[in-house]
Design a binder for this molecule. Structure first.
Ligand code: XMP
Length: 429
């Protein structure tokens, strides 16, 4: 193992992710584990140079103060008890906290500042090989950042034992399924099963206008298609997952354990519950991107804007029809192309188009024509809880309008959504 590690045991402090980030900023790898880590699990963690027990008000669960086991204190590894058993809380001042962390990490633990992507990848490759042995791994590869980076890492570690399944549900953006096939099958030599499930999804969604029902149908159908593919394969023991650290934080629980019930392909039937391989579960989003870049994935995949699981399905408002879905896809491609050309692609957090299920009258080829409007949305946010609208130059909005109304079939108007969140949400349904 190439990197040293400082282990943070979760005694309920909400400060843990921040402390983990700050130690990584010192160049030392950190992992956060549940406070009740077993002796075996602790012994299996490589190169642990120090342990931080970080408590706080959440330490008392059901009236009982939780604590780590005696084996943690007796492991012969320096233990820092912050906010607990006479220990002091970490200083609130960032500079002072940095100094305190340095004192512990380098002074007491003698950890080396050897955390970088190259070492992380080398260590994960070794850990994945150790976990998987000569068994087979299955991965649902959506083409999103997290699943793509996991795929690249698993290919490097156990390439010939890995099978990736890419389900095209017909709600992906223009060029996305093609890019997944090109990058993973052709360039990275992955064993990739491409499933064209477009008709299947669109048939299931026909006439369904309630957004929550649409989401449920898409999610359930995805699991069904994936399950069918999994059953065709033999001897699969592991399921790769793109769980990342924010998924764990968002699950709202105080220990790392909760992640498994929370993630993507969690709805598989009992007899298909594989053991999970989650090599990114300790990485923050920017670190996941850096990992993907270091593994040779293209920028367009690694720096991709967020895209909802139900995809264009929630941007083709109301009951999805093929013609409107196509118009959403084409207008989205034009918007992305223009943002790319005009330097907005890397600047704006999320941008896309929406088509409502209404028509308005317009003029085309000197005749009245009832066609759809396209709504443009471009927003910035830190955590998606609130969002502001991007101040897109008016001339660019006019140019995009010109292109969409001339190039996209069935569209005669373009509108720009000026609504921040709140009162609007980012998506329209
Ligand atoms: P809203 O519309 O709630 O969106 O302001 C916040 C962020 O979440 C994304 N989003 C989804 N992502 N499945 C997802 O994976 C969904 O059903 C879903 N709905 C919204 C949205 O794109 C935005 O980034």
């Amino acid at each position: 193992m190439k990197q040293d590690m400082i282990l943070i045991l979760d005694l309920g402090s909400e400060q843990n992710p921040q402390i983990a980030r700050e130690i990584r900023a010192l160049g030392v790898y950190t992992e956060i584990h549940p406070h009740d880590i077993s002796q075996e699990a602790l012994a299996a963690l490589p190169n642990v140079k120090g342990i931080i027990l970080n408590g706080g008000p959440n330490r008392v669960v059901d009236g009982v103060e939780i604590d780590a086991g005696a084996h943690v204190y007796g492991a012969g590894i320096p233990v820092c008890c912050a906010d607990h058993k006479g220990g002091k809380p970490w200083p609130a001042d960032e500079g002072q906290r940095k100094k305190a962390l340095e004192d512990f990490v380098f002074g007491a633990c003698h950890a080396q500042a050897n955390w970088n992507m190259e070492n992380f990848i080398a260590d994960q490759v070794e850990l994945i090989r150790r976990q998987v042995g000569d068994k087979k791994v299955l991965l649902a590869l959506s083409g999103g950042v997290d699943s793509s980076v996991v795929a690249a890492l698993l290919i490097k570690a156990v390439g010939s034992q890995l099978t990736c399944v890419h389900v095209n549900h017909g709600l992906l953006r223009k060029g996305e399924p093609e890019q997944v096939v090109k990058v993973f099958r052709e360039e990275m030599g992955a064993n990739l099963i491409y499933v064209d499930a477009v008709d299947r999804f669109l048939d299931k969604l026909a006439g369904v206008s309630d957004p929550e029902r649409k989401r449920k149908i898409i999610g359930a159908e995805f699991i069904r298609v994936f399950e069918e593919e999994a059953r065709k394969l033999e001897d699969i023991s592991f399921l790769g997952q793109g769980t990342i650290y924010p998924d764990i934080i968002e699950s709202g629980t105080k220990t790392v354990k909760a992640v498994k019930s929370h993630h993507n392909v969690g709805g598989l039937p009992e007899d298909l519950r594989f053991e999970l391989v989650e090599p990114l579960k300790m990485l923050f989003k920017d670190e996941v991107r850096a990992c993907g870049k270091a593994l040779g994935l293209p920028d367009s995949m690694v720096y991709r804007q967020p895209f909802p699981g139900p995809g264009l399905g929630v941007r083709c408002l109301g009951a999805i029809t093929r013609d409107r879905l196509e118009a959403v896809r084409e207008s989205d491609a034009i918007l992305r192309e223009e943002f790319q050309k005009n330097g907005l692609a890397g600047k704006v957090w999320q941008y896309f188009t929406i088509i409502p299920d209404v028509k308005s009258v317009g003029v085309r080829d000197n005749r009245r024509a009832d066609e759809w409007p396209v709504i443009l949305r471009a927003v910035n946010t830190v955590d998606a809880m609130t969002a502001t609208v991007e101040d897109v130059p008016f001339a660019l909005l006019q140019h995009i309008t010109e292109r969409i109304t001339h190039e996209v079939k069935g569209v005669n108007r373009v509108l720009y959504d000026l609504t921040p969140k709140p009162t609007g949400t980012i998506e329209w349904e």
